[in-house]
Design a protein around this ligand. Structure first.
Ligand code: HEC
Ligand code: HEC
Length: 150
């Protein structure tokens, strides 16, 4: 029995390594406040500086007002900071700190999003993005797009 359990644990660990694009689940308060207009983005895919910039301009949030009261705002800022990336490829490249403008994102994706779609709508292709799941299994490539280089 012990042996079976160990084998199972190893298999699970290997699967996680081969396909570790699971960033969720996220706390309910984060999904509630930051996942109603778009999916709750994975905190792990932007640096702390990036999240600071996003959280500092919620009243002018990409053309909408996404302001929060001080308390939930602080709780979310804290959550984002705890999981934020510290890798250069996840650093913001412009003042609004879009995750879709990082060098990492550009490397994984096409130069521009398919017609009438926005890269910010991760769930168009990553069908389980709402749960923080960006694995190959749940990826639905747009018609005619097989690989990021197509
Ligand atoms: C009232 C609606 C609304 C709420 C609430 C909201 N956002 Fe947004 N957010 C938007 C819109 C609109 C965009 C721009 C989408 C686009 O370009 O297609 C956006 C874009 C973003 C982007 C950049 C996406 C990219 O292109 O890389 C980030 C990061 C972001 N939001 C984080 C947050 C966080 C964190 C919260 C919670 C504190 C939040 N949003 C709450 C509407 C909202
Ligand atoms: C128009 C479709 C589309 C949209 C929208 C999109 N992606 Fe992707 N994403 C892809 C494709 C295709 C790949 C490359 C998979 C591969 O390696 O062949 C990818 C790769 C990824 C990967 C690496 C996982 C892997 O299997 O290689 C992550 C993480 C990711 N995207 C996150 C995001 C996030 C976060 C958003 C929204 C801010 C987003 N994507 C929006 C199509 C999309």
């Amino acid at each position: 029995m012990k042996h079976i359990l160990l084998t199972f644990a190893l298999l699970t660990a290997t699967a996680a390594l081969a396909d570790n694009y699971h960033y969720g689940p996220f706390p309910a308060h984060y999904v509630e406040e930051c996942g109603s207009c778009h999916v709750a983005y994975p905190p792990q895919l932007l640096t702390s500086t990036g999240w600071q910039k996003v959280m500092a301009q919620l009243n002018k949030h990409y053309g909408v007002d996404a302001s929060l009261d001080a308390k939930p705002r602080a709780a979310i800022a804290d959550f984002l900071q705890r999981l934020a990336s510290n890798r250069d490829k996840h650093a913001p490249t412009e003042a609004t700190a879009r995750m879709t403008n990082t060098t990492w994102f550009a490397h994984e994706h096409w130069k521009s999003s398919p017609a009438k779609t926005s890269f910010a709508d991760c769930a168009t292709c990553h069908t389980d993005a709402g749960k923080g799941d960006y694995s190959e299994r749940s990826l639905k490539r747009p018609a005619g797009k097989r690989h990021r280089d197509d």
